[in-house]
Design a protein. Structure first.
Length: 243
């Protein structure tokens, strides 16, 4: 953390770091495939999102522990319509998930994390557990192609099991952007706490990006290869993550 930053921003960051470490410890979180993470240079990490995005701080904590790097996260654009969130989230390493922001971070040599399923994966119902919602997502492929950086798949297992969904979840929705409504599950854990399930994150081998001028069919084929890699990593993480 830059010591020249304002005291409030540094304090918020330190508090978030403490909370992330606590979450990782509570969930006995671990990271597989560390050898695929670069210690320097730009890379785009792409994977599945858990319910509410609750697992993100623990994942970023493990990335920092493994590489010494603070990853930059591309966050759902709708969250930046919320005044407090759009102020604090950038302090914690999250920027609005636009191609321009992603390209700027990658050109600075950063480790950038992207969840192509976005809010559709964080606001889900039980039947959508561990189901990728990437059908319309090509932005991350175009970003990697333009930046010319490796794309590293990752998967999180346990991330959709930290809470229970009561039946009333079917009736709840949230609007983050005009015309977009997302299902919002009512979440129950152990009283005020999430369930202490183990979180296992698996990182796979990097994929070379398609050329910047690749036609859309080739971009879609690349997206499907990445999705297949994430599904295989999910299966591997499930085996290594006992209850």
């Amino acid at each position: 953390m830059d010591a020249t930053l304002p005291p409030l921003r540094r304090a918020v960051f330190r508090l978030a770091e403490w909370g992330a470490a606590l979450s990782a410890s509570y969930h006995r979180a671990r990271l597989m495939g560390v050898e695929h993470l670069p210690k320097q240079g730009a890379a785009l990490l792409v994977g599945n999102h858990g319910v509410w995005g609750y697992e993100t701080p623990a994942f970023f904590h493990l990335l920092h522990a493994a590489t010494g790097r603070h990853a930059q996260g591309l966050a759902e654009r709708g969250f930046f319509r919320i005044p407090v969130v759009r102020t604090v989230l950038p302090w914690l390493g999250g920027v609005e998930g636009t191609r321009e922001n992603g390209l700027a971070a990658l050109r600075q040599g950063q480790l950038v994390v992207c969840y192509p399923g976005g809010a559709h994966e964080t606001f889900k119902l039980p039947r959508a557990r561990y189901r990728l919602r990437w059908d319309r997502a090509l932005g991350f492929v175009r970003l990697a192609a333009r930046a010319g950086v490796p794309v590293i798949p990752f998967a999180g297992f346990g991330v959709d099991d930290t809470f229970w969904w009561p039946p009333a979840a079917e009736r709840l929705r949230v609007r983050l952007a005009p015309g977009e409504k997302y299902r919002v599950p009512l979440l129950l854990g152990l009283g005020p706490l999430p369930r202490p399930v183990r979180l296992t994150f698996a990182v796979g081998a990097p994929h070379a990006p398609p050329p910047e001028n690749a036609p859309e069919p080739r971009l879609r084929a690349f997206r499907e290869r990445l999705a297949t890699s994430v599904r295989l990593l999910l299966a591997a993480a499930a085996i290594e993550s006992p209850p």
